[in-house]
Design a protein. Structure first.
Length: 136
């Protein structure tokens, strides 16, 4: 039995949820993963996060590539106080390091310890000091 995905907590609407299910048609999942199927900005990161672990290797890789290809400013605009902690972790783990994105995620209260540690390992002196003042 596969684990239940907390779609609502990931910012994914009830309308989009069936299209992301593992038994949904692969063509639909692939279109979402490639960014060619329209998804609301508030659901985009959650959808890519879910599809990055899809059992179909092509869908999973397409989701990771789409996530890597999103401009940092777009990702920054998609982040909010409701962005799930696992999405934040996923972003810092699978995207190329970006100082502005690292700082924004590192300062979010919802960033978990692992996420902050990943950022801290690659942070410059200024960001390291900022992280140390804001996290225990």
């Amino acid at each position: 039995m596969s684990p239940t995905i907390p779609f609502a907590k990931l910012g994914i609407s009830v309308d989009l949820e069936p299209r992301l299910q593992r038994d949904a048609p692969v063509t639909g999942r692939l279109a979402i993963a490639q960014g060619v199927f329209p998804v609301s900005p508030s659901a985009q990161l959650g959808a890519l996060y879910v599809l990055a672990s899809d059992p179909d290797a092509e869908v999973a890789e397409a989701a990771r590539e789409t996530l890597r290809g999103l401009p940092p400013k777009v990702v920054l605009n998609l982040l909010g106080i409701k962005t799930h902690t696992k999405i934040l972790e996923f972003l810092v783990e699978f995207r190329d390091p970006d100082p502005a994105l690292d700082e924004r995620i590192g300062m979010m209260r919802s960033a978990n310890d692992r996420t902050v540690c990943i950022i801290a390992r690659r942070a410059n002196k200024g960001l390291s000091e900022l992280l140390s003042r804001n996290h225990e």
